[in-house]
Design a protein around this ligand. Structure first.
Ligand SMILES: Cc1cc2nc3c(=O)[nH]c(=O)nc-3n(C[C@H](O)[C@H](O)[C@H](O)COP(=O)(O)OP(=O)(O)OC[C@H]3O[C@@H](n4cnc5c(N)ncnc54)[C@H](O)[C@@H]3O)c2cc1C
Length: 374
């Protein structure tokens, strides 16, 4: 009598947040998972980000719905996996002047403001919500749906929660070949499976290249960001913080008052900078970011952008930031054409390719993985 296979085996390629969330989703559904990552530990966008689960900036409609579902899933995961350090801290997007405040007023008046759980605050309200913000400001938008996780700890913590029968983490294995029902890594070892889920992040060459080559032309691009992190701040930043420049970039603020905003200062405009600031669990501040779309990207970091971001952070805090200890750049891939929120395709039978979530990848990864299995 032929053996009946009760469990299907999935190979997940890529140890970033998309690959890891697919591993989590697959285990929840009872699949065996072999998880391959070419580095000893993920080193890409998934560990270089703010750890912001960011609902406030999402475009109304499908993007907001995806982020809200992901926020629910992060909260569930956070309860089950304390190592994520999930904090439902919310965020404050702070207006420096009346022009920025008008955008926030329009944002607070939208029909979906209830879903985002937003509230327009005057300067006193902003300081009551986040007493560390002692600088000059015109008001702020509190978004209670926004949350924070620790990006450098989240992936090992999630994998730790999967450890045991049915889950095999194989770092230091670069997949070099995909054939029906198996993949081969660079050591020559074959990993047999019923399904391959390929989450290669920004790697548009190698094994993903044969699928991504045309995508890179057809609407998936890479974006480079600069970031920094300070020594611990002596007090608590109770929420994540964004400045008025973020109103220029996030689709949620594509509102009539946005067109009346004055131009950004030259250093900010040149590097497409916006201030986002998050306090890490150890008290340090992660501060960013910039946006560069032109490849080949610089391999060094630009001080003008950092000076601008530091000045904005200090203006909001009304005090110097602690010493900057780390500076880095990160790159994500994003779908840049059409209305898709990310790219998912089945380039050949039994191979699912998922990439391109852009600057919302950390936020949306759990919901994207859920959609793959739907
Ligand atoms: C600076 C910065 C800040 C950001 N901030 C936020 C934020 O606060 N909130 C938010 O929602 N999003 C944020 N993002 C976006 C988010 O981080 C990304 O969308 C997300 O991390 C992408 O995850 P990924 O798994 O697709 O890619 P990656 O993290 O790049 O992971 C892909 C992995 O695949 C591996 N790999 C590739 N090819 C192979 C192969 N052949 N074999 C084995 N392994 C392979 C790579 O080594 C890599 O580890 C930010 C991004 C950056 C760069």
């Amino acid at each position: 009598m032929a053996a009946v296979r009760l469990t299907q085996r999935i190979v997940v390629i890529g140890g970033g947040v998309l690959g890891t969330m697919h591993a989590v989703a697959a285990r929840r559904r009872g699949y065996e998972v072999v998880h391959l990552e070419r580095e000893g530990e993920a080193r890409g966008a998934s560990v270089r980000n703010f750890g912001l689960v960011w609902v406030s900036g999402r475009r109304a409609g499908a993007e907001l719905a995806l982020a809200l579902r992901a926020r629910e899933l992060w909260a569930e995961l956070g309860a089950a996996v304390p190592g994520l350090r999930f904090r439902p801290a919310g965020s404050l997007t702070v207006a420096a002047d009346d022009a920025e405040l008008r955008v926030l007023k329009e944002a607070a008046a939208r029909p979906d403001a209830v879903q985002r759980d937003v509230e327009l605050l005057d300067p006193g309200g902003v300081r009551a919500a986040n007493p560390a913000l002692r600088g000059e400001l015109a008001g702020g938008l509190l978004c209670r749906a926004d949350a924070i996780v620790e990006p450098r700890q989240a992936l090992p913590a999630l994998r730790g929660s999967l450890a045991g029968e049915g889950y095999e983490w194989r770092p230091g294995r670069e997949v070099t070949e995909i054939v029906p029902n198996a993949v081969r890594d660079h050591t020559g070892a074959w990993h047999h499976c019923d399904l391959v889920i390929l989450c290669p992040g920004t790697t548009f060459t190698g094994v993903a290249g044969r699928y991504l080559g045309s995508l890179a032309r057809d609407g998936v691009r890479r974006v480079r960001l600069q970031m920094m992190q300070t020594a611990p701040l002596a007090e608590r930043l109770t929420t994540a913080v964004a400045d008025g420049d973020s109103l220029r970039y996030y689709p949620a603020y594509d509102l009539p008052a946005r067109s009346l905003l004055p131009p950004q200062p030259p250093a900010a405009a040149r590097t497409r900078a916006q201030l986002l600031m998050v306090q890490r669990a150890d008290g340090g501040l992660t501060i960013g970011d910039t946006h560069d779309y032109d490849e080949p990207f610089a391999f060094d970091v630009d001080s003008d952008a950092y000076d601008h971001l530091q000045a904005r952070a200090e203006a909001l805090l009304g005090a110097p930031i602690p010493r900057v200890q780390r500076r880095w750049a990160g790159v994500y891939s994003e779908v840049s054409a059409g209305s898709a929120l990310y790219h998912r395709s089945e380039p050949e039978p039994g191979v699912v390719l998922v990439t391109g979530p852009g600057g919302r990848g950390m936020t949306c990864a759990p919901a994207i993985a859920e959609e793959t299995f739907r």
